[in-house]
Design a protein around this ligand. Structure first.
Ligand code: FMN
Length: 174
């Protein structure tokens, strides 16, 4: 039940209080990502932690429209992978993202998924090329998403168990 409580509490948070993200908490978030399941246990992903305020500001332009929460964030984690390594790289990276996002909420931080795969930057480049230009990962790696992370300045209402879309669940046949 504790885990369900944490899951119901999780929300996307796009505004943050100033300041860096506590190092211990950041490490816990990374461990949550690194403990993720992956197809055939290939773990094709790699994580890039960004804490430099200048880089975080530049990353706001990685998407059209701009993802301004990155300018306020204390940290961000880019999840990249080598698509040649695994046919399930998108799913694998998504699980890493989801686990880190959940852990951030559990630790009292705000975070938001910023979609990067199949997206364009503000300057007309693909988001992948734009972010590669800033973070310097090799050509064989592609970005899935970035998790922005920051100290809470507020948190949207948690979900309530009664609100869950239980009508979407079908038993035995559709
Ligand atoms: C695959 C995926 C891509 C997303 N991309 C973005 C994004 O690029 N920018 C953003 O602000 N939020 C993004 N989000 C967050 C969603 O907008 C958010 O999860 C949704 O509005 C539901 O709100 P909640 O997370 O508070 O439940 C993304 C979420 C997922 C799962």
């Amino acid at each position: 039940m504790e885990l369900l409580k944490t899951m119901l509490h999780r929300r996307s948070v796009r505004q943050y209080a100033p300041g860096k993200v506590d190092k211990e908490k950041l490490d816990m978030i990374l461990k949550a990502g690194l403990s993720s399941a992956s197809g055939r246990a290939i773990r094709p992903w790699e994580l890039i932690v960004i804490e430099d305020p200048e880089t975080l500001k530049k990353l706001t332009g990685a998407r059209e429209p701009q993802q301004n929460m990155l300018a306020e964030a204390g940290a961000a984690i880019a999840v990249i992978a080598d698509p040649e390594k695994s046919s399930t790289w998108v799913e694998d990276c998504s699980i890493v993202m989801a686990n880190m996002h959940l852990m951030a909420d559990h630790l009292g931080l705000g975070s938001c998924w910023i979609q990067c795969r199949m997206r364009m930057a503000h300057n007309g480049e693909t988001t992948n090329d734009f972010v590669r230009g800033l973070l310097g990962y090799p050509d064989n790696m592609q970005i899935e998403a970035i998790l922005s992370i920051g100290n809470l300045s507020g948190h949207p209402e948690p979900y309530r168990e009664e609100e869950l879309l239980t009508e979407k669940v079908h038993y035995e046949t559709y």
